[in-house]
Design a protein around this ligand. Structure first.
Ligand SMILES: [Zn+2]
Ligand SMILES: [Zn+2]
Length: 277
């Protein structure tokens, strides 16, 4: 709970990077691609629209009428947008969504989302979504007031750009920093952005060995590098995120065990689990 005992919660609807990975051996940590739901008092903030936004949409339709939420995009790689056309809550009139993302050249977040809902990729256009939409540009270095929460954005190191979000409320903070690749030295920009955060969600796609063996410049990082950032930034809890699709529950549990030897408050993000900063 927040300082005022009003809700400030984080729930993962998708923790998997790159491609959904649904199978019996990924049930514990989850198989859906990135989608986060953060509740701040009665506000609903959604981050990214991977395949996890499909079950989130169904859940919101059951819970609220009308549904009102803000949706924030880190970037537009498929795994962060491919659930959007299946976001059931967007097809219902009277629902309202404010959608934030960074433009790419002359294309804003609306142009980019409607680009994937067009032939030959998809049969149903964005216009078929009956909810009311407002689209807003937001780039790195921004500060937004979203109801009672303060949101800050910062650049990540990712091919074609990506941005992280820091959400603050009631003296607590959550930083969502995926997708990003560490460099040869610590990312001081991210360390500043995550300074003192209660929860840091970090791109831990690869093991250190996988990263060394041919995954450099692919735009992702490791649990080891996440711990370096968390320690330098004085983060309270580190959540490893963007799990590699071939990684099963056993492999993720083994990474957790290894990581906790270096940073006690470290877990692999779990789909369906609610975290309180
Ligand atoms: Zn991704
Ligand atoms: Zn990406």
């Amino acid at each position: 709970m927040g300082a005022s005992d009003k809700p400030f919660t984080l729930r993962f609807w998708g923790t998997r990077g790159s491609l959904p990975a649904p199978r019996s051996t990924t049930i514990r940590y989850g198989g859906n691609t990135p989608c986060l739901e953060i509740r701040v008092e009665d506000r609903i903030l959604i981050f990214d629209a991977g395949s996890g936004i499909r079950p989130l949409g169904d859940r919101l339709l059951k819970e609220k009428d009308p549904v009102q939420a803000s949706i924030f995009f880190t970037h537009y790689h498929w795994d962060h947008i491919h659930g959007f056309p299946f976001f059931s809550a967007a097809f219902k009139q009277d629902n309202h969504f404010v959608v934030y993302g960074e433009p790419r050249g002359s294309r804003n977040v609306k142009d980019i989302l409607s680009g994937q809902m067009a032939m030959p990729y998809f049969p149903v256009p964005l216009d078929a979504m009956r909810a009311r939409f407002s689209f807003r540009d937001v780039g790195p270095g921004s500060r937004l007031q979203i109801g009672p929460a303060v949101m800050r954005t910062e650049s990540l190191n990712h091919p074609g750009r990506a941005q992280s979000y820091r959400i603050e409320y009631g003296g607590k903070s959550i930083v969502y920093a995926s997708d990003t690749e560490h460099g040869f030295k610590l990312d001081e920009r991210l360390v500043r952005h995550a300074a003192g955060a209660d929860i840091l969600i970090y791109d831990a796609t690869y093991t250190p060995k996988e990263y060394r063996d041919g995954k450099q410049t692919w735009g992702h990082s490791t649990w080891e590098e996440g711990i370096k950032v968390a320690k330098a930034a004085g983060v309270r809890k580190l959540l490893l995120f963007h799990h590699e699709p071939s990684r099963d529950d056993r492999a993720l549990a083994a990474i957790e065990t290894l990581a906790r030897k270096e940073f006690r408050a470290c877990s692999a993000s779990r789909e369906g689990k609610i975290y309180v900063p």
